[in-house]
Design a protein. Structure first.
Length: 258
């Protein structure tokens, strides 16, 4: 049963993304451990650098607590950020139900995270939409057919492989969340803030989306490299512990010499 509960936790954690990259924190390797005691769940995570922006860290910690709360058997869900200059502040705020603006008033000059969330969501929307649009073009759909395609028509298309299906699902989730389409007959493709797309303008629209994607992919590669270098995450040799094992206290104390 415990294994089943832990699998559920890892599954919902896939819905928590690095806000700048729109990649799950599980795939980024940020989640270090999941601890379960009855209905209490603690998720330990760490970021690529000690000085990662506190607003990014806050959004991820907030997402962890939110997704844990979605599980009916969880009575208390906690996020535990480690190895970060603002770990204590982020952990106390998120687990105590306090907002970013209250916790980091001196740093954010009274601003909240709404504008930042919107900025990142628009970029995520562009990246997901681009993946679907490029797939449709590869399948032979014309730009004119794409910009007039309904949600019903998009969902009926055989995308050809699992990755393309996943991108369509992720795109649809954000399309609906942003209120850009609700019913099967609604247009499947609009700009992130609701503007209508045209066949003549689709090329320029895709060029902008490509710029956003390349920037996100570069940042993602940089984050992975920084994290790997910081923690020296290499395969164990002959069972010897790595630096991460020592940091996380997984190495038993050496017996005292008699």
């Amino acid at each position: 049963m415990r294994d089943a509960f832990e699998a559920e936790v890892w599954r919902v954690l896939e819905r928590v993304a690095d806000p700048e990259l729109d990649e799950p924190i599980t795939e980024m390797g940020f989640v270090e451990a999941v601890g379960i005691e009855g209905g209490e769940v603690a998720v330990t995570f760490r970021l690529p650098t000690y000085w990662c922006s506190p607003n990014f860290a806050f959004l991820m910690a907030e997402g962890i607590v939110r997704e844990l709360a979605s599980l009916p058997w969880v009575t208390q869900g906690r996020a535990r950020l480690e190895d970060h200059m603002y770990a204590d502040e982020v952990n106390a705020a998120v687990n105590g139900g306090r907002g970013f603006d209250e916790t980091f008033a001196a740093l954010c000059d009274g601003a909240d995270l709404a504008e930042l969330r919107e900025t990142f969501e628009v970029k995520a929307f562009q990246r997901r939409q681009e993946a679907v649009l490029l797939r449709l073009r590869a399948l032979g759909y014309s730009d004119a057919a794409i910009v007039t395609m309904t949600l019903r028509q998009l969902e009926a298309i055989n995308m050809g492989d699992g990755e393309a299906v996943a991108w369509r699902s992720r795109y649809r989730e954000l399309l609906v969340r942003r209120g850009l389409a609700r019913w099967p007959g609604d247009l499947a493709f609009r700009a992130a803030r609701g503007e209508t797309l045209t066949a003549d303008g689709l090329g320029a629209h895709l060029a902008e989306a490509r710029r956003v994607r390349l920037n996100m992919e570069f940042n993602g590669a940089l984050c992975r490299g920084l994290k790997s270098t910081r923690y020296k995450e290499v395969a164990a040799v002959d069972g010897e512990p790595t630096l991460v094992d020592f940091i996380q206290g997984r190495v038993p104390a050496r017996a005292e010499a008699r």
